[in-house]
Ligand binder design. Structure first.
Ligand code: MRU
Length: 354
């Protein structure tokens, strides 16, 4: 994506230096900063602090974490330790564990002196593949949007499953970028996405940057605007898609699926196949739903009257802060992946044919 006329990816390898630069998503929408990560420790901090976030982006970032661990020590012990630390850093999105497990298993079978270069190239390749896959998701989603026979299409999205959550293009926002590029009239309702406000701070910033019409709404407004006929479809991303089409995504997704079904509004989930997990189903929630620090509920940052970013405290109480929720397959119209827009119940046959 371009920002002020320059092309960026969320994670860029710095050639010859075994370092990467990332866009610091905690600084948006107020400033656009690049941060350099040169060690496993830097990578883990960037993932846990959510400077890098979004399932595909943390998968790529974690793969670079394994490479940077090899830069210091490419032994089996070092790789296994890095793998465990990275998986714990954000446990819900399957893309992260998928990437570090794939890469570590490959490295452990190789001589130590070739591990660093292999890990580096593998991570760069993963980033390239992500870009291509997201373009294919965009095209598959575009054909779905084309089925909505309206002059202007109103799409509701939750959290940020855009360019920033991937290496480029995004998953849920990719069809929107494609549609706008061919002249379709699209307006996006952006859920603010409490408590970290990824909708307000990241999706709204992305859409503004791309010149796409959008309106931020409070998370609780979705039901009303669906009831009023102001939403033509819901389009969200996913952190894990189960074999029975169950979807785990940012907390609040489920609460959008319920009114969407009530008002017969199609509910689409866009995700690459690396987000599919054949061990996960409604009856087997085989992973941890990340519980983040309750402080996130009580603290907010914003600009003061002098244009400086300040944190403010909203209140003080006991808090509970699960970061994701589970939406059963019956609420999902289609899952849009790089191979097309499939019915949630068809994932089982897709995965069993692998
Ligand atoms: O906690 P986050 O901001 O990493 O959560 C992100 C989401 O829930 C996204 O919808 C999901 O990762 C898909 S990103 C293409």
């Amino acid at each position: 994506m371009e920002v002020e006329g320059k092309y960026y990816r969320t994670i860029e390898a710095i050639e010859g230096q075994f370092s990467v630069t990332i866009i610091d998503q905690t600084a948006l929408p107020f400033s656009f900063n690049l941060v350099r990560l040169s060690s496993l420790k830097d990578i883990i901090l960037a993932i846990t602090s959510m400077q890098v976030r979004g399932a595909p982006a943390i998968g790529v970032c974690a793969a670079f974490g394994i490479a940077l661990a090899c830069k210091v020590d490419a032994s089996n012990e070092s790789i296994n330790k890095a793998r465990d630390l990275l998986i714990k850093s954000r446990p819900t999105a399957v893309n992260l564990s998928w990437a570090v497990n794939q890469l570590s298993n490959k490295l452990l079978k190789m001589p130590e002196d070739s591990r660093l270069n292999t890990a580096w190239d593998w991570s760069k390749n993963l980033a390239e593949e992500d870009v291509l896959i997201n373009q294919r998701i965009g095209l598959a989603g575009l054909s779905i949007l084309n089925e909505i026979n309206k002059d202007k299409i109103n799409i509701l999205t939750h959290c940020n499953a855009g360019w920033l959550a991937t290496i480029d293009y995004g998953t849920a926002l990719s069809p929107i970028y494609k549609a706008v590029a061919i002249g379709m009239n699209i307006h996006v309702w952006v859920d603010e996405t409490r408590p970290r406000n990824q909708g307000m701070s990241l999706t709204a910033w992305e859409l503004k940057n791309a010149g796409i019409s959008h309106t931020v709404i409070a998370d609780n407004a979705g039901g009303l605007i669906m009831q009023k006929g102001l939403v033509d479809c819901v389009l969200v991303g996913a952190d894990r898609v189960g074999i029975d089409g169950t979807v785990c995504n940012k907390v609040g997704t489920y609460l959008k699926a319920l009114p969407a079904m009530e008002h017969k509004i199609p509910f689409y989930v866009a995700a690459p196949r690396s987000t599919f997990d054949k061990n996960f189903s409604m009856s087997n929630q085989c992973f941890e739903i990340e519980e983040r620090d309750p402080e996130e509920l009580f603290m907010m940052s914003g600009l003061n009257e002098n244009g400086e970013v300040k944190n403010i405290r909203l209140g003080e109480a006991n808090g509970y802060n699960p970061a994701f929720d589970i939406t059963p397959a019956k609420y999902i119209t289609r899952i849009i992946c790089e191979d097309g827009a499939i019915k949630p119940y068809d994932i089982r046959s897709l995965l069993s044919s692998e």
